[in-house]
Design a protein around this ligand. Structure first.
Ligand code: HEC
Length: 189
């Protein structure tokens, strides 16, 4: 069993336990206070989880283009991704609804829409969890099934991000940039 898989499962187990206590209107004040007194730590944890999921997606994205180089690696990544995604709904307790559009680099890019429609958000996390699990089973059905399942998994990430993440705003060129005197900063002037 790979190290990656173990890490993913262990993480999800830990995070899943923390999440349950929110869901149960917990009497466990230690868990409850993490969200209320240190929401930035919960935000950091979910961002770290997302970045690790993105890293594990490398073989999955390759498999959308052609037959996977290594079914074993792909299968292991898919299982880890599935376990990690199952923790996602639990990492968005209401006190972490802190997106500030006025800040250039906000602490979180998770939009308030998550909390106004948590049912949809949670369902999309479940769909993504299931898509990752299906990918791990697809390897038995051959390269074409794997490619389709890889595309489906990536689509579930994009679907949630397009609804619930701050839209990406590309840098724009303004007239001041165009009139910039490049010669003034070049050596020899
Ligand atoms: C149910 C919704 C949902 C699903 C499904 C989901 N994400 Fe995310 N993702 C989020 C949210 C919300 C954030 C922002 C977290 C924050 O900033 O607090 C995020 C952030 C990220 C980031 C960091 C982006 C940045 O610019 O900081 C990456 C990378 C990422 N997700 C990758 C993935 C991948 C890969 C998948 C699919 C395997 C996936 N996500 C599935 C909701 C989702």
């Amino acid at each position: 069993m790979s190290k990656v898989l173990l890490t993913g499962v262990t993480l999800a187990a830990m995070l899943g336990m923390a999440g349950n206590s929110y869901a149960q209107e917990s009497t466990d004040s230690v868990q409850a206070s993490t969200a209320t007194s240190h929401p930035e730590e919960v935000i950091a944890a979910r961002q770290a989880l997302m970045f690790e999921i993105e890293r594990l997606m490398v073989p999955v994205d390759s498999a959308t283009l052609g037959p996977p180089a290594d079914f074993e690696v792909l299968n292991s990544a898919a299982l880890s991704i599935s376990a990690m995604l199952s923790a996602v709904p639990h990492l968005f307790p209401p006190p972490t609804n802190l997106y500030d559009p006025a800040v250039e680099i906000p602490a979180t890019i998770a939009l308030p829409a998550i909390w106004s429609d948590f049912e949809t958000f949670s369902a999309m996390a479940d769909a993504s969890t299931t898509a990752a699990a299906s990918l791990s089973q697809a390897s038995a059905s051959g390269a074409q099934a794997v490619q389709a399942a890889s595309l489906s998994l990536r689509a579930t990430c994009d679907a949630c991000h397009s609804l619930f993440l701050r839209p990406y705003v590309p840098a724009t060129v303004n007239s001041e940039d165009l009139e910039f005197d490049f010669d003034s900063v070049l050596p020899g002037n």
